[in-house]
Design a protein around this ligand. Sequence first.
Ligand SMILES: NC(=O)c1ccc[n+]([C@@H]2O[C@H](COP(=O)([O-])OP(=O)(O)OC[C@H]3O[C@@H](n4cnc5c(N)ncnc54)[C@H](OP(=O)(O)O)[C@@H]3O)[C@@H](O)[C@H]2O)c1
Length: 321
Amino acid sequence: MLGGTVFLGREIAQVALRRGHSVTCLARGTAPAPDGARFVPGDRDQDAGLAGVTNRTWDAVIDVSRHPGQVRRAVRDLTTGRWVFVSTASVYADAARVEQGEDAAVLEPLDGDVMTGPDVYGNAKVACEDAVRAAAAPATVVRPGLIGGPGDRSARSGYWPWRFAHPSGDDVIVPDDPDQPCALIDVRDLADWIVTTAEDHLDGTFNVTGPTLPLAEALATAAQVGASSARTRPVPPQRLRELGVGSWMGPRSLPLWIDDPDSRGLATLDTTRARAAGLRTRPLAETLRDALAYEERRIDARPAGLTDDEERRVRAALDGT
Ligand SMILES: NC(=O)c1ccc[n+]([C@@H]2O[C@H](COP(=O)([O-])OP(=O)(O)OC[C@H]3O[C@@H](n4cnc5c(N)ncnc54)[C@H](OP(=O)(O)O)[C@@H]3O)[C@@H](O)[C@H]2O)c1
């Protein structure tokens, strides 16, 4: 595992260990590797950063990087029977197009070694994919949509069940956009299937998301999971924008909401290939339940959603009080 110490990479390492594989994680050491994995320190921003793992032939190397330079150096320095690269649905050139398959056009590859910001995330991942496909060994390229569940530091999956479990008033502010498509894959299901791709030598590129469902259904599931007695208060998108409430992620946002109609296609990816190759996804309620348990243990500030004060201020502005 290049990475393997947080969220998805960590889950992949744990699945592989449970299945009896021996696992080595290379990272800088910000977080510990899972119990049972060997940890090798290394900084992939350094040209010789992989020196600790170049001394053998690996069965598979699984990489979660966002930086083309890091991936190119890995392909240059490591000897492996297989590459598995975790890319993203954000590689697609037309984010509005619905039900895209893996053959749909992708963005231009980033010209450079470093992903400098979210605006070039998709381009950087295209360049990473290209580097992995140019390697000597066969490659699996996995393009997940939104990933959620326990360990989701971004709070994109945990905000809603947490908010319904802890309302800041009589109602919960939600976007009045009930039919907007959304899709979420549980980190555990994704990790499970990624290990399978390595074991079963699945070559090629795969979209991997949970089933597409309307936003209203996802929020109703979150309300159920949060055992909420609060009713929802749907607010028109235009009004939310006026009140400075953003969509999708980050502070002062309503996660899962995709305000931009031109980005909604990415919540409808065609996952036929991955499902035919064994991908199984659990019910959304289970993902949200375990994301809620993670939120209840969280000690850092929640990086997405509305805080209690923010939600109260939005409610007061709507009520004119
Ligand atoms: N979250 C989503 O909804 C979503 C959706 C689609 C695709 N994805 C993709 O899914 C993957 C998520 O990966 P993840 O959950 O494992 O989180 P991540 O934040 O990508 O993990 C980064 C890992 O790499 C290590 N690392 C970072 N910089 C390094 C460096 N310079 N040298 C060596 N190691 C370094 C980190 O440990 P240290 O910091 O200790 O070095 C950590 O183990 C990413 O590829 C992301 O693009 C995510």
